[in-house]
Design a protein around this ligand. Structure first.
Ligand code: HEM
Length: 532
């Protein structure tokens, strides 16, 4: 007995110790891309801050990786790679799209939606459902549909200028209203006239804030990375009440999308209202085989994709114009030169406004609306420059890091639109060097590969239009003493990057322009009444 105790005791201790080490030690696959050292159990988790993680990821990549690809260990056995250079993004996302186009499963996304939780195009796994929904979204964004949107964009942008004239102190709300309104009118045929409590447009944006909060790192317990957390009573953890919050965000979000679609149905039944994309979708619903929930989310996702991102980019433009008066002057000279002083800009295009287009590209590069992108996931094992990337690896596209790569951009932190006049990609390389390594796009802010943003052309069109109108109408200044803060600290730390609250003044550029804004607003209002 004593002998057995003597032998079995230490043996079981060694066995338990071995299992613990196996369970909690972190294991990188062989030849996995290099990355920072790991800790037991956590891997690299402790190095990822909850806010502005893209800054830390860029810093780590520049330190540990020589080809813009860094490997991370998340918990004992989950791995991720971070793409931090345009070349790695092009080689993997664009050129190996068949392998790099899925999405990792995100627990919050599956809970927020009605079961089975797979209604959101941007989070769908690569496969037939994603392909079908992406094709549908592209229908909305194709040229003929964009042409139908021109009068809507034009009228809504005139309303925005009028709102900035008469109520400049609420400019952030007006900017949100405008960006929600163009999708609401073109997709759902309904007008977002005012940004007030209980209006659909405000309910939508309030829901977006909650949605961003639950998607932010750390809001939801990382059961996928640290599965042992599942057995820890929730009240002992910092995640108390997370599921209730996620479910309530989901109910509110779905209610907005349901109400938007119900409005279209009602107007169709009454034989009134303008034509819109969702009317067409309802007409072909049976043939397309979409359920009501599918359609509610298709419309909702278009609203999501197209409003917050563009609104943040436009607000960043306003902040930059307030901070750099000489750049605002150059933009005004270009716009005035093309349109004259007695016509407000309309139907803008990039060939006619090269400097303003350069400002648009620089805004996207300098303060990208989605600095961490949306993660991709691999569907097969792959090898890149001798590095092994296993199937089911999350691929984090660090748009911030790509856009601020000092190898690529002269003084990346400086807001300098002229870099895009000197080089189509804003790079400091000579164009000759690029002809051997074609970039294929000026900025990576819209992501890449088969999941590249479907709305990039729409974003460019609507932003260029409002940028031209606002610099034609107003001198933009910050209402604060001293230099305008454009540092990263002046921007939100959530998933989306846009300026924190700040105060701006919009001084109309003369009485003639004021009368034109008022006259254009009357015409716009008359047109938009058709969507009420
Ligand atoms: C400045 C404006 C915008 C920015 C910065 C932006 C950025 C992005 C990014 C980074 C992605 C992820 C790409 C990837 O996975 O590699 C994305 C996806 C997406 N965007 Fe945008 N976007 C903008 C405007 C729009 C607009 C106007 C729409 C539609 C009306 C839209 C709809 C979508 C959709 C549906 C996806 C998901 C695509 C998929 O997963 O297949 N976006 N966007």
């Amino acid at each position: 007995m004593a002998l057995i105790t003597l032998v079995v005791g230490p043996l079981s201790f060694i066995l338990i110790l071995y299992s613990c080490i196996r369970l909690f030690s972190t294991r990188r696959p062989q030849n996995f891309p290099p990355g920072p050292p790991t800790l037991a159990i956590l891997g690299n988790l402790h190095q990822l801050p909850r806010q502005k993680g893209y800054l830390k990821l860029a810093e780590l990549c520049w330190k540990y990786s020589s080809n813009g690809l860094m490997g991370l260990q998340l918990g004992p056995s989950t791995h991720a790679v971070v793409i931090n250079s345009w070349k790695a993004a092009r080689d993997l996302l664009d050129q190996r799209g068949a392998i790099y186009s899925s999405r990792p499963t995100v627990l919050g996304v599956t809970i927020v939606m009605p079961p089975p939780g797979d209604y959101h195009l941007a989070f769908l796994q690569y496969g037939p459902k994603w392909r079908r929904e992406r094709k549908t979204a592209m229908e909305f964004l194709k040229k003929s549909e964009s042409e139908k949107r021109i009068p809507i964009d034009e009228a809504e942008a005139c309303q925005l200028m009028y709102e900035l004239l008469v109520e400049p102190e609420r400019f952030q709300e007006h900017v949100l209203r405008y960006h929600g309104a163009i999708i609401m009118a073109s997709a759902f045929g309904t007008r977002a006239k005012e940004y007030v409590d209980n209006s659909l447009v405000k309910r939508f944006f309030d829901g977006q804030d909650d949605w961003a909060e639950i998607l932010a790192p750390g809001f939801i317990p990382p059961y996928d990375i640290l599965p042992f957390l599942k057995v820890v009573p929730e009240f002992l953890t910092p995640w108390r009440g997370w599921r209730e919050k996620v479910e309530s965000v989901g109910r509110n979000q779905h209610a907005v999308y349901r109400d938007l679609l119900a409005g279209v149905r009602e107007r169709m039944a009454q034989g009134r209202g303008r034509d819109c994309f969702m009317k067409d979708m309802l007409r072909s619903q049976e043939k397309d085989g979409y359920s009501d929930i599918d359609l509610e989310y298709i419309g909702g996702v278009l609203m999501e994709g197209g409003s917050d991102t563009t609104a943040n980019a436009f607000e960043t433009f306003l902040l930059a114009m307030a901070a750099y008066p000489s750049i605002l002057k150059t933009a005004q000279q270009e716009v005035d030169g093309f349109y004259g002083s007695d016509k407000m800009p309309s139907e803008t295009n990039e060939e006619e406004l090269p400097f303003l287009t350069a400002c648009f590209l620089e805004i996207l590069r300098w303060r990208p609306s989605l600095p961490s992108g949306i993660p991709h996931a691999t569907t097969q094992d792959d090898t890149y420059e001798g590095l092994f990337i296993p199937a089911n690896t999350a691929v984090l596209v660090n748009i911030w890091g790509i856009n601020h790569d000092p190898e690529e951009f002269e003084n990346p932190e400086v807001f300098d639109p002229t870099r895009f006049l000197r080089h189509p990609s804003g790079s400091k390389r000579s164009q000759g060097e690029y002809s051997n390594t074609p970039l294929g796009r000026p900025v990576w802010t819209f992501g890449g590969g088969r999941r590249v943003c479907v709305g990039q052309h729409m974003a460019q069109k609507s932003l260029l239009l409002t940028m031209a109108k606002v610099v034609w109408c107003f001198d933009i200044e910050a209402v604060s003493a001293g230099a305008v803060d454009t540092s990263v600290d002046a921007f939100h730390g959530g998933l989306l990057m846009g300026p924190k609250p700040w105060q701006a003044s919009f001084r109309v550029r003369g009485e003639d322009r004021k009368s034109i804004i008022e006259r254009e607003w009357e015409k716009a209002d008359a047109y938009l009444k058709g969507f009420e």
